[in-house]
Design a protein around this ligand. Structure first.
Ligand code: BGC
Length: 389
């Protein structure tokens, strides 16, 4: 009898429902502890971005409340560390691996090693591509994130023409970077074709103005384009790239600018670069993740918006899947995502735009501590959507 059959029989012995997770049995954690095993292995990309620490905190608390034993490991930007992490969790006899890949394609090896050991694999937030060794995917609606970012820029410059548009994207090893970008492009593309925006730093995308790009079918085009505007999800890389773009554009594409920044860390880096250029009079810049530092930037007018992706909801959704799997049930899913090899059954959770107008929402929800947000106390009157320098 294999590990999962034994687990399934034991699980049916007891059923308990805690914190949104229906569990197979309440003493399962004790059993695992006594044999020094871990039921759920979680591998996250890096400790160096607040986003993933939020996920870690959510997982740790939800899984603990639910009575599961779990261990979280970080890959710290390295696919080799990611593989070693997965192997060490497999050795601890995990039943389910929840993994947010460092590199969508390279992570195939890690999840294949997990599958060989009869471990079920849930991709978390980032889809792992070009492998069959993926069972489920839980994600925010990343396409919507991009649409909301692009639409925010369009609305901010409604009725204007010739506004310089600076485009930046995430790491090209992350499938999400493509999804965010194609979402944004789905609305920005016609705004460029109509003359509202002019491309300021991304000639490679010019031939596709007025045309939708598909995340899978147009992958090669997208890889070429994104390669010219990638921040690698790194604040300093984003800042250097933006500074270089502004130097290249010494005599053009300045004044009031629109900036598609893929996430909060990169938005802060890019905003820092734009704010010191004397020829930039104002800018509207996007973000995502609802990081406290970026909420501070929103308070001071240095960042225009962020997209709040509630990591507690995502971790909870993953936990529900874990619970189903450990109980021998097939998790119910609502969509599929094409990973290049198969249609991965998935669940999505919604996202919310946060600006100065509704910045109290994540605070009131207890998602962020107002004391961590610089300038939150003083925001009442003089915060604006865009920065006037
Ligand atoms: C996540 C974003 C995050 C980015 C950088 C993406 O895959 O969806 O929330 O900001 O990675 O870590």
């Amino acid at each position: 009898m294999d590990k999962k059959s034994i687990a399934t029989i034991l699980i049916f012995a007891m059923t308990v429902s805690i914190a949104g997770c229906t569990l197979g049995r309440d003493d399962r954690g004790d059993l695992k502890e006594s044999s020094d095993e871990v039921q759920v292995g979680i591998v996250l990309p890096t400790k160096d971005e607040p986003r993933w620490l939020q996920d870690e905190a959510a997982f740790t608390s939800i899984l603990k409340d639910a009575g599961f034993t779990s261990e979280v490991l970080f890959s710290q930007g390295s696919s080799a560390t990611e593989l070693a992490n997965v192997e060490s969790l497999v050795e601890k006899n995990i039943d389910v691996l929840v993994i947010c890949a460092q590199d969508a394609a390279a992570a195939g090896r890690a999840v294949e090693a997990a599958h060989e050991a009869d471990v079920e694999v849930i991709c978390y937030d980032r889809l792992i591509t070009d492998t069959d060794a993926v069972d489920y995917y839980v994600t925010f609606n990343s396409y919507d994130v991009g649409v909301l970012q692009g639409q925010y820029l369009i609305d901010a410059y409604e009725g204007q023409t010739g506004v310089p548009l600076y485009l930046y994207c995430g790491a090209t090893t992350d499938n999400n970077a493509y999804i965010f970008f194609t979402g944004a492009w789905s609305v920005l593309s016609s705004a460029i074709a109509d003359g509202q925006f002019v491309l300021a730093n991304c000639d490679a995308i010019a031939p596709y103005a007025g045309q939708d790009l598909d995340v899978n079918e147009d992958r090669e085009i997208l890889a070429d384009v994104l390669g010219t505007i990638t921040t690698n999800w790194d604040l300093n890389t984003a800042k250097s790239l933006a500074s270089a773009n502004l130097v290249t554009n010494a005599h053009t594409f300045k004044g009031d600018c629109a900036i598609l920044a893929p996430n909060d860390g990169t938005a802060r880096g890019i905003a820092d670069a734009f704010s010191v250029d004397p020829d930039i009079t104002s800018f509207v810049i996007t973000g995502q993740d609802c990081e406290t530092d970026s909420l501070g930037y929103i308070c001071s007018g240095m960042q225009s918006m962020t997209v709040w992706k509630n990591t507690t909801e995502l971790a909870s959704m993953a936990c529900d899947m874990v619970s189903d799997i450990l109980s021998g049930r097939e998790p119910s899913t609502t969509v599929t995502y094409d990973n290049g090899n198969l249609a991965v059954p998935a669940n999505e959770t919604a996202v919310t735009v946060i600006t100065i107008d509704n910045i109290s929402e994540p605070v009131d929800a207890g998602y962020v501590d107002p004391e961590d947000i610089e300038g939150y106390e003083e925001i009442a009157e003089d915060c604006h959507h865009n920065t006037t320098l």
